[in-house]
Design a protein around this ligand. Structure first.
Ligand SMILES: [Zn+2]
Length: 491
């Protein structure tokens, strides 16, 4: 008779997973893990690879420690230790020595990986628990199958936890990146005030920043969906690009306008420098102007349109600043030389030396319609014609023109330096040479005449005047000399 089962001998060895089964499972998991890394997109392949990595670790441990739970715990501890090692530079150094070490040791510490390792360990535990063979005393020793079911239940729980951790980490990273973009965007918005070609790009930037701040202040997951911060950051980035383009556009147009202004001043400076050649002006102001013109030429060369097109924003602003500095430098040096030349050439305070006096081009002059032998500067003709019409309405005849624009040669001809009280100014000093003065007859030439008094009362209505020096108590009383209010009185 067979001895009855003795419950007392039920203290059988604990459940163990067969080594062959464990080894086969380990091989399958290894291949699945490599496949997951290779085939799946990074967002999925990473966690899947981490999970299978831990499962593999548990199965390899189980080749030695064959009881499922201790093997799973030991495997998880090993994985966590490897992850913690990534906080040091050891994995980096190992990978430098043996590149394949990267597959075992990893590279960057990432806390949610621990969740995926826990999941992988749970999967390994479940697999080992299921691999434990059913035994005769099963009905008395239900602990192994129960552990298997518990392990299977744990798998989805740990999976959810790991996925949650991954989600929290990625949403946190998204929000951090958006916060940086918002801070940069705010700086860009402040720095662009009054410096954009199109003001609407600043409005668009402000709007995208408002949206981004709303996204940042929303509660993650409940109000802010994954990806929302990334989309907001892309909108801020697009607005920042448009803002930068507009700043570029504005800076280029500023540079062009400043370059044109400086070119105009250097052209005038060149003219003055050339015109003073040999006229006895002191050397110092001529050298100063020459030097200012050289600096300006350097700035102008750096601002060539092709160079501006290729330049970064900061470079363009630097170029513009140098051009802008050149404008007053050239202007002041030019005025200083003209003043020095005036002191040498024009004896009277009310006379001004101009390089272009007597040298106006034909298209700058206009013939006086009722006496076309004479001309004035084209832009003062209309006022003279209007004055003549009013004069004719009063006196029944045109203004009598005895002199108007005088060329340099004509001024040379009328100027008599030997005369102690010359009626004509030296060449370069007369506003007849500027085309803004006329000498009138027909009665005007006499102080107190009806014609003179009428002109005194009405010339200003048409932009003409009788200068102080030509008044009866002036330096050189000349009732006949009248000039446009456009005549410059200072440099
Ligand atoms: Zn005159």
């Amino acid at each position: 008779m067979a001895p009855p089962d003795d419950p007392g001998t039920d203290a059988t060895p604990p459940a163990r997973a067969p080594r062959v089964t464990t080894a086969v499972l380990a091989a399958v998991v290894l291949l699945a893990g490599l496949g997951a890394r290779a085939v799946l997109p990074a967002a999925v392949g990473g966690p899947a690879g981490d999970t299978l990595y831990a499962t593999l670790a548990v199965l390899l441990v189980a080749l030695v420690v064959r009881r499922p739970l201790p093997a799973a715990l030991l495997g998880l501890v090993l994985c966590a230790a490897v992850e913690a090692l990534q906080l040091t530079d050891l994995p980096g150094r190992a990978a430098d020595a043996v590149p394949q070490a990267r597959y075992v040791l990893g590279s960057t510490f990432h806390a949610p990986d621990l969740g995926w390792y826990a999941l992988g360990a749970a999967v390994g535990w479940a697999a080992l628990a299921l691999a434990v063979p059913a035994r005769r005393h099963e009905r008395h020793t239900r602990s192994a199958p129960r552990r298997g079911r518990l392990a299977l239940l744990l798998v989805p729980v740990v999976a959810l936890g790991a996925a949650g951790g991954e989600l929290a980490a990625s949403m946190g990273a998204e929000a951090d990146a958006l916060a940086v973009a918002v801070a940069d965007g705010e700086d860009a918005l402040t720095g662009s005030e009054g410096r954009v070609d199109d003001e609407s790009v600043r409005d668009a930037m402000a709007e995208s920043l408002d949206d981004a701040r709303a996204v940042l202040s929303a509660t993650p997951v409940l109000e802010r969906r994954p990806g929302a911060a990334t989309r907001a950051r892309e909108r801020v980035a697009d607005a920042a690009d448009a803002l930068l383009d507009s700043r570029h556009q504005f800076a280029r147009s500023q540079a062009n306008a400043t370059r044109d202004a400086l070119a105009e001043f250097t052209a005038r400076g060149d003219t003055v420098l050339a015109a003073t050649e040999g006229l006895g002006a002191p050397r110092a102001p001529r050298e100063a102007l020459r030097s200012a013109l050289e600096s300006a030429d350097t700035a102008l060369a750096a601002a060539a349109p092709t160079l501006l097109d290729a330049a970064e924003l900061a470079e363009i602003e630097q170029i513009t600043a140098e051009l802008a500095d050149g404008v007053p430098a050239v202007e002041q040096a030019t005025t200083a030389l003209m003043t020095a030349q005036d002191a040498v050439t024009c004896p009277e305070d009310d006379q001004l030396w101009f390089p272009g006096a007597g040298r106006l081009a034909d298209d700058e002059l206009a013939a006086i319609p009722w006496d076309p032998e004479y001309s004035v500067r084209a832009d003062v003709l209309d006022g003279l014609v209007a004055l003549d019409e009013a004069y004719r309405a009063r006196f029944g005849e045109h203004l009598t023109i005895n002199s108007a624009y005088r060329s340099y040669e004509q001024q040379v001809a009328v100027y008599n330096p030997a005369d102690p009280n010359p009626l004509a100014a030296p060449p370069g000093c007369s506003n007849h040479g500027l085309g803004t003065a006329v000498d009138l007859g027909g009665g005007v030439q006499t102080f107190g005449s009806a014609q003179y008094e009428w002109l005194k009362a009405h010339a200003a209505e048409h932009g003409w005047t009788h200068p102080g020096w030509a008044e009866p108590d002036g330096r050189l009383p000349e009732a006949w000399h009248w000039q446009s209010v456009e005549t410059p009185e200072t440099y």
